[in-house]
Design a protein around this ligand. Structure first.
Ligand SMILES: Nc1ncnc2c1ncn2[C@@H]1O[C@H](COP(=O)(O)OP(=O)(O)OP(=O)(O)O)[C@@H](O)[C@H]1O
Ligand SMILES: [Mg+2]
Length: 296
């Protein structure tokens, strides 16, 4: 197994942005989006990459952009490196399978979360106050229970880097009614389509997060979509409400970090081989279930 890619060097080309996982490069007409194998937990990039994770996320997003193309405009342009600008051809071995060209968009600063099940921060809030994003929810739900109907629960990036859940009215104050309503509508339609697809493959889409951008006033789906980094995927066969569920993501990593009692501040620890392996296997497994294919 390869060591995993922590960073990307493309000669003199410097990224205009380095997120926790992706490097973004400005190619004038479009952005080059490169997914590294970096893994974050509790908002910190950890000391060990997960080999092939970037490829898995990139190819899953591509799968969904194509799947969703009849429902929404997306930022996806191309992922065949041979069709990239000449200056990038030398980096073909690095870029193939882990990158895509995307439309340049102005990021709308509201994360669009849809929940079909009550989990994570929504469960924490509900336990405390009987609400989700400050909206009243029927009494008596247990952890991981299916919601009567999927709900839209937006969030903003607080200055701490943590996401902060906000009521829909707050989203309207921030970005306006028209955009908010359209984003809510699109998010719920995308969730419903993906949920039905995944259901046939034995996967529950518990919740997921979308980002949208603007190009000349038009809204389009950007960033990554329906990956284990942005979604909770639960195997239907093991679903047992009343507790937190096993999911196809960083659970092994989070469990390990809790075991070693990391205080969730720098320096972020490296991971033991075993945790790296198990995590990689989880990502590969969900990739195969969703796309029906092996990783390129
Ligand atoms: N089409 C697009 N145009 C412009 N920016 C985009 C587009 N798609 C995604 N982005 C931004 O590119 C970045 C992707 O990098 P990555 O996912 O690693 O970041 P992150 O760590 O999740 O987020 P952040 O940068 O907010 O910490 C995000 O900031 C995302 O909002
Ligand atoms: Mg991201």
């Amino acid at each position: 197994m390869n060591k995993g890619l922590s960073d990307v060097i493309l000669g003199n080309l410097k990224p205009i942005k380095q997120g926790k996982v992706r490097n973004v490069y400005d190619l004038n007409d479009c952005f080059l989006f490169v997914a590294t194998d970096r893994i974050s937990a509790y908002d910190y990039i950890l000391g060990s990459p997960i080999p092939d994770k970037g490829k898995i996320l990139n190819q899953l997003s591509k799968f969904w952009f194509q799947f969703l193309s009849s429902i929404t405009e997306t930022h996806f342009l191309e992922d065949d490196v041979l069709k990239y600008p000449e200056s990038l051809q030398a980096f073909e071995p690095l870029l193939q399978g882990r990158s895509m060209l995307v439309k340049k968009a102005e990021v709308i600063p509201v994360e669009c979360v849809v929940r079909g099940y009550i989990s994570g921060s929504a469960w924490q809030e509900y336990k405390q106050s009987g609400t989700i994003n400050e909206s009243k929810i029927p009494n008596g739900l247990i952890e991981s229970e299916r919601l009567e109907t999927p709900i839209f629960t937006p969030a903003t990036k607080a200055s701490s880097g943590h996401d902060e859940n906000i009521p829909f009215e707050k989203m309207v104050e921030l970005i306006g009614k028209e955009k908010s309503t359209l984003m809510r509508e699109k998010s719920l339609s995308i969730y419903n389509a993906a949920r039905d697809y995944l259901d046939k493959r034995g996967i529950i889409l518990a919740d997921t997060k979308f980002e949208f951008g603007l190009i000349q006033g038009d809204i389009l789906l950007i960033d990554e979509v329906l990956t284990p980094d942005s979604s909770r995927f639960w195997p239907k066969s093991k679903y047992t409400p009343g507790k937190s569920q096993e999911s196809y993501d960083k659970q092994f990593v989070r469990d390990y970090l809790n075991r070693i009692k990391w205080e969730k501040k720098p320096p972020a620890p490296a991971l033991p081989e075993e945790i790296i392996h198990k995590t990689r296997d989880k990502y590969l497994e969900i990739f195969k279930i969703i796309t029906g294919k092996e990783l390129e």
